[in-house]
Design a protein around this ligand. Structure first.
Ligand SMILES: Cc1cc2nc3c(=O)[nH]c(=O)nc-3n(C[C@H](O)[C@H](O)[C@H](O)COP(=O)(O)O)c2cc1C
Length: 192
């Protein structure tokens, strides 16, 4: 059987991003559990704000097509989202919107979300840890017909959450990350 491939997408471009840091910790956990992990930055897939006129005139931008194809080449996807005003940041929503418009030959539009497992996590420096962004992201992905695994991690007080080896230090966070990684791998394997 070929190796199980998981794509990890942090939803922030910010230097020192809590969510990029959590994505790195999650990628490590997924690799430890046996997955072949690709961790990307959305800075490599810059996209204009979605505009139907732009799509009609020029088609879906090549970065959205490339990202969709990269997702297609993986069995599962983990998205790690910041929380902006109780929801997902525009970078992530806009990226999902464009990817959902991609239609490769012999596929239906948005097919990359169907029959593929997604996991979601968030990090924030407040007590809720991005819980509301997770609810919004789960709704968006479910609307795209993605299979979103039940386990998730909302990392509270993110700047205090790591030890000096950059590993999560609180038992509840370690357990939640591990449970989410195992479930993503398990469900992705069943869909292979
Ligand atoms: C426009 C804006 C709105 C925000 N709203 C929230 C919020 O609703 N909940 C929250 O926990 N943090 C909120 N924050 C703080 C972010 O969680 C914080 O900037 C975080 O560092 C962003 O993620 P990153 O570190 O991965 O870039 C907001 C930040 C910005 C810029």
């Amino acid at each position: 059987m070929s190796a199980l491939k998981i794509l990890v997408i942090p939803g922030s471009l910010r230097t020192g991003s809590h969510n990029a840091r959590l994505a790195a910790a999650a990628a490590h956990e997924l690799a430890q559990a046996g997955a072949e992990v690709t961790r990307i930055s959305l800075s490599d897939f810059p996209l204009p704000i979605y505009d139907g006129d732009l799509q009609s005139k020029s088609g879906v931008p090549k970065h959205a097509v490339n990202l969709k194809r990269m997702m297609s080449a993986h069995h599962g996807v983990l998205i790690v989202t910041p929380e902006y005003n109780s929801s997902v940041p525009p970078l992530l929503k806009n990226t999902i919107d464009w990817v959902s418009r991609v239609q490769d030959p012999h596929e239906t539009r948005g097919q990359v979300f169907r029959n593929r497992a997604f996991a979601i996590s968030a990090a924030s420096d407040n007590r809720l840890g991005g819980t509301r962004a997770l609810a919004a992201l789960r709704l968006i992905l479910t609307a795209c017909h993605a299979l979103v695994v039940p386990n998730q991690l909302a990392l509270s007080f993110a700047s205090e959450a790591y030890d000096d080896r950059d590993r999560l230090k609180h038992p509840a966070d370690i357990e939640a990350l591990g449970a989410m990684a195992r479930q993503l791998i398990d469900i992705s394997q069943r869909l292979m």
